[in-house]
Design a protein around this ligand. Structure first.
Ligand code: PEP
Ligand code: MN
Length: 338
């Protein structure tokens, strides 16, 4: 249930409405919008008479939310969520570019790529230190050493960093090094991890699962939001279909669909979506044209020797081209690039 409060509601009235909602058995989440405060009352009560709330002083409107997700929905929060990290804002007018290798492999590798990423004008460095690999025999990541190298490389070139967390036991350690937690596609429905990330203080980028619907993705975001962390962005990274030419099928329409249903920023990852280096730039252009709030791409100076995902990594020149091209597309739709 959503409770929209009157624009000039008094503090006492607000407290009273919250107190009543809690007494009725709801968990209350407050969202302070530009125009007015909205309360999300969570807790399934099919036969609750909403007039009991409508009559309270300071209440402008009450309505039930029909979506299964509440805090992630546009009906709960009309304004786009903007996530500020240092001087980068994700979800505002500018499209954020996150780039870097699939995995952190060595000091030389991550520093070389960080320099390329920074020179091309991106602000966020990606790199996995804990890797979810299909085979247990493949490279699993450098662990804490990888986190340290990623942080050092980011700091050396003035970049924020994003890295994947695979299990709850890694949260405290990763939080010491990263600016953004990435939840990988394979963990989108690791509900205990999502719950625990709800208590973390850093923003989360939640990737869409390989065979997850858009509602599944939003329900997973709800796990994080309902546990306290409101800085959540979603990532479309391609889904499994019967098509085998590309690694996955890039669901570009998910971008405007999510934007209509949710206030959370949407990042697009054309690298994992296509799995093919020469398809990444056209799909990045398409994603920005479709309204993506950010692009995540893999970049490697020597992709033939990469320990993971070499075939989809852009070469340095290609990454520069991508930056130019997505900047041009962004301008056409009245946006810019960070
Ligand atoms: C990654 O970003 O390197 C990754 C493993 O992505 P996904 O979870 O989308 O497969
Ligand atoms: Mn990868």
């Amino acid at each position: 249930m959503v409770v929209v409060l009157e624009k000039n509601i008094k503090e006492k009235q607000l407290e009273n409405v919250i107190k009543h909602l809690e007494e009725f058995g709801f968990a209350v989440h407050k969202s302070t919008g530009v125009e007015q405060i909205v309360l999300g009352a969570i807790g399934v009560k099919p036969d609750f008479d909403i007039r009991r709330v409508k009559v309270l002083e300071g209440v402008a409107e009450v309505y039930r939310i029909t979506e299964p997700f509440k805090l992630a929905s546009r009906s709960f929060k009309k304004e786009d969520t903007r996530i500020k990290i240092g001087d980068v804002e994700i979800g505002g007018n500018a499209v954020a570019i996150m780039a870097g290798p699939c995995s952190v492999e060595s000091e030389k590798q991550i520093f070389t790529i960080a320099e390329i990423v920074a020179k091309a004008g991106a602000k966020i460095l990606r790199g996995g230190a804990y890797k979810p690999r299909t085979s247990p025999y493949s490279f699993q990541g450098l662990g804490e050493n990888g986190l340290k190298l990623l942080r050092q490389a980011g700091d050396a070139f003035g970049l924020l960093v994003i890295t994947e967390v695979m299990e709850s036991s890694q949260i405290d350690l990763i939080e010491k090094y990263t600016d953004i937690f990435q939840v990988g596609a394979r963990n989108m429905q690791n509900f205990s991890l999502l719950r625990d990330l709800g208590k973390a203080s850093k923003p989360i980028m939640l990737k869409r699962g390989l065979s997850a619907t858009i509602d599944d993705l939003l329900m997973s975001a709800e796990y994080i939001l309902s546990n306290g962390n409101q800085n959540v962005m979603l990532c479309e990274r391609g889904i499994r279909t019967f098509e085998t030419y590309t690694r996955n099928t890039f669901d570009i329409s998910a971008i405007p669909v999510v934007h209509k249903r949710s206030h959370l920023p949407v990042i697009a990852d054309p690298s994992h979506a296509t799995g093919l280096r020469d398809k990444v730039i056209p799909m990045a252009r398409a994603a920005v044209a479709a309204g993506a709030d950010g692009i995540m791409v893999e970049v490697h100076h020597d992709p033939d020797s990469a320990l993971s995902d070499g075939p989809q990594a852009l070469l340095p020149d290609q990454f520069e081209d991508l930056m130019k091209q997505v900047r041009a597309i962004a301008e056409v739709i009245g946006r810019s690039i960070v």
